[in-house]
Design a protein around this ligand. Structure first.
Ligand SMILES: [Fe+2]
Length: 271
């Protein structure tokens, strides 16, 4: 069918449990619920998610498991995320198609299939909001530190093309922040310079100027310390490249410990 919807979402640990979210981050939670509604309006067969916290060194990993089941205690913040259970289906056949597409393009893509593998919180936290009943299959993807932004974009392009040619109705999710020079103090905003850069990048996304966003990304990622070096954004841009015109919807921009977290959906337009 196609990529029915793409999105950029937040995964900050402090929203893992909705009943514990501080007032200043409640707009983030509201945005995540809105985005979930949009996701279900597309009647998706599968969600493909790249997470800044699934950090691979040399390869781009694709989780080809038929079931994603476990309990997560986050290494980075076991006080905030402890023993959080999840149980989603996977989509091994589509996952394998993604792997073959990437390999066919000469990219270092690796499939894995291990029922003892436990998700990272960058995958789990958004999934708790996006698919709260755990009733849509998921394929989770890593970021790869050895990969340049260009290589990551190329991987995204191949993922987007494969999804477009698939018979499945797919939603692509990029899980990560914009500016990400973290400081102590959950309520702290990014600096005014970082906010200005985030705004420019976001404006490019919202106005459909993907080429300008891509051109800006390398320098922006360095200056603003964009999460995962901007790889999750390069991937998103790659996936969207082939989808033609789309309608972008801005759902919010909320801080967390000096990071800027934009929540945006991109709905491809017909034609
Ligand atoms: Fe993060």
């Amino acid at each position: 069918m196609s990529v029915e919807l793409s999105m950029l979402v937040a995964h900050v640990p402090r929203i893992c449990h909705e009943d514990q979210v501080a007032d200043f981050q409640k707009p983030m939670v509201s945005a995540m619920h809105k985005v979930s509604e949009e996701l279900f309006e597309t009647k998706p067969d599968v969600v493909i998610m790249i997470s800044c916290h699934f950090t691979a060194t040399f390869h781009h990993y694709v989780n080809c498991s038929s079931v994603h089941k476990g309990e997560l205690t986050a290494v980075e913040c076991p006080d905030l995320i402890a023993d959080v259970p999840y149980n989603f289906q996977g989509d091994p056949s589509l996952a394998e198609q993604l792997v073959q597409a990437g390999k066919g393009a000469g990219l270092p893509i690796l499939a894995f299939n291990d029922t003892s593998y436990v998700w990272d919180y960058g995958t789990l936290v958004p999934m708790r909001y996006l698919v709260p009943k755990e009733n849509v299959p998921v394929i989770d993807l890593s970021v790869c530190w050895a990969a340049s932004l260009d290589e990551t974009f190329e991987w995204g392009r191949n993922v987007g093309k494969t999804l477009k040619e698939s018979s499945k109705r797919a939603v692509f999710v990029s899980s990560g922040a914009l500016s990400h020079n973290l400081v102590r103090g959950p309520e702290k905003m990014p600096t005014s310079s970082e906010q200005a850069l985030d705004k420019q990048f976001t404006d490019y996304l919202l106005s459909g100027r993907l080429d300008a966003a891509r051109e800006m990304l390398p320098q922006y990622a360095k200056i603003a310390g964009v999460e995962s070096g901007g790889r999750h954004l390069a991937m998103l841009l790659g996936v969207m490249e082939g989808s033609g015109n789309y309608k972008a919807k801005f759902h919010g921009y909320v801080q967390s410990s000096g990071s800027g977290n934009a929540i945006i959906t991109f709905e491809p337009l017909a034609g």
